[in-house]
Write a protein that binds this ligand. Structure first.
Ligand code: GP9
Ligand code: MN
Length: 421
């Protein structure tokens, strides 16, 4: 019942950073375009392979005057992969420890970012060239109050425009921007890319850099598909400019999860030139996060440590929408009060001083093992926070939360019982 929410609500209330005065409403009134960069890990950014840049366009953005780039940002997904990242983005709740929440709890009540933007006059959509039932998206998007899902049926795949999982990202971007041009403004649309997906296959003409040379064909090809994804982001920017949508939009981009699993540690070690310890493995869970506000001059590199749980409050505040009444676990990455504490879905975590992985506490700067006592106070809290989030999902507890007033919806009996306690 609703009283289960009392403790969770108190916890959330005591951990909420105030919005940053400089960034609050910096993108107010603009169209919001969120791009999910499939399987994109941060080790690719501003890095080289065989002396060649892997992601030249995104590298340029890290230096761009209108772009904030977050190099210390981590994914927090579990078995639900892309869909878990969408769940984190929309709700600032953790995905589940077992199974994909998109499948298990699509009938729940949520206070998604799409719903909030919808209440604030936004048209809301998702664009993704895959079948609508994949990850049960068609059902979950209804619970998120997303107005329109442009699935595979909305796209025309011409000769040579499909590879690997389906439509190639470059024609996908072009047709998606054509669709955006027809949307009522302001709109919030999410683009889910697909080409940079395991097993990372590409047509010859789309291979813009060489393969890597290791025993892992997966890693070898990954650099090429990542390069193709980078190219498709450049195409997106061009298409938006051509359609006159660029100037009055904000473009947010994030990597959804790792592309290279621990099965390829040996090949990764060869590329990185160092052993992939549990510490390194945790650091490899960094994914890029970009906030691009054309013409704003607000660009810089933000070193703050954060994770996907923080996307919702960060973006909502950029759009000029308060979230202090929302039940969310993340915080605004631009806030001075933002806490550097990233909890992975499997219980590993990152603080400003430590990395906790494989039941070992590491110094975040040196990667050396440290006294477990340094991590101890956070171990319990990490589990607590995951449990709170899980209880909201398992009990469908947002049914008992009045988001508009920031109040719990309790029966008289529940209220009386609580007063006695
Ligand atoms: C499928 C795409 C990829 O529609 O989102 O899914 P993933 O396997 O990365 O979760
Ligand atoms: Mn994915």
């Amino acid at each position: 019942d609703g009283s289960e929410l009392v403790e969770v609500n108190n916890y959330v209330r005591s951990n909420q950073p105030e919005p940053s005065p400089e960034m609050f409403a910096a993108a107010e009134g603009r169209n919001l375009i969120v791009v999910t960069l499939e399987s994109m890990q941060s080790f690719l950014i501003n890095n080289e392979m065989n002396g060649e840049e892997i992601t030249p366009f995104l590298n340029g953005l890290t230096q761009d005057k209108d772009t904030v780039y977050f190099p210390n940002f981590y994914h927090q997904t579990g078995l639900g992969k892309t869909s878990d990242s969408e769940f984190l983005l929309e709700n600032s709740l953790y995905p589940l420890s077992g199974g994909a929440v998109f499948f298990t709890h699509s009938g729940n009540t949520f206070n998604s970012m799409a719903e909030r933007l919808g209440e604030n006059g936004y048209y809301t959509a998702v664009q993704h060239a895959n079948t609508k039932s994949f990850w049960n998206r068609d059902m979950m998007y209804q619970s998120f109050n997303i107005e329109k899902f442009h699935d595979i049926e909305s796209y025309t795949i011409g000769e040579g425009e499909a590879v690997n999982w389906g439509m190639k990202d470059i024609p996908f971007m072009e047709q998606s921007v054509d669709q955006m041009a027809e949307m009522p403004q302001p709109f919030y649309s999410r683009l889910l890319t697909l080409t940079n997906h395991h097993p990372f296959y590409l047509d010859e003409e789309d291979k813009l850099i060489e393969e890597f040379d290791s025993d892992s064909g997966t890693l070898n090809r990954y650099f090429q598909t990542a390069r193709y994804l980078d190219e498709s982001v450049e195409a997106l920017f061009e298409d938006l400019k051509e359609q006159g949508l660029y100037e009055n939009s904000v473009i947010v981009m994030y990597g959804d999860h790792y592309g290279i699993s621990e099965n390829h540690n040996e090949a990764m070690a060869q590329y990185l030139g160092k052993e992939v310890t549990p510490y390194e493995s945790a650091q490899l869970q960094k994914v890029p996060f970009f906030v691009h506000i054309p013409g704003s001059g607000k660009g810089y590199v933000e070193e703050e440590i954060g994770g996907q749980i923080d996307m919702r409050p960060t973006i909502m505040h950029l759009m000029g929408i308060e979230t202090e009444k929302d039940l969310q676990f993340g915080g605004d990455l631009f806030s001075d009060e933002h806490e550097e504490f990233v909890i992975f879905r499997d219980g590993r975590f990152i603080t400003d001083e430590n990395v906790y992985a494989g039941n070992v506490c590491y110094d975040i700067d040196t990667g050396e093992e440290t006294d477990i006592a340094e991590c101890e106070p956070h171990i319990e809290r990490a589990q607590q926070e995951l449990d709170y989030s899980e209880s909201i999902i398992n009990g469908d507890l947002l049914r008992f939360y009045d988001q508009e007033n920031g109040q719990l919806i309790l029966t008289k009996e529940e209220q009386e019982k609580l007063e006695k306690e």
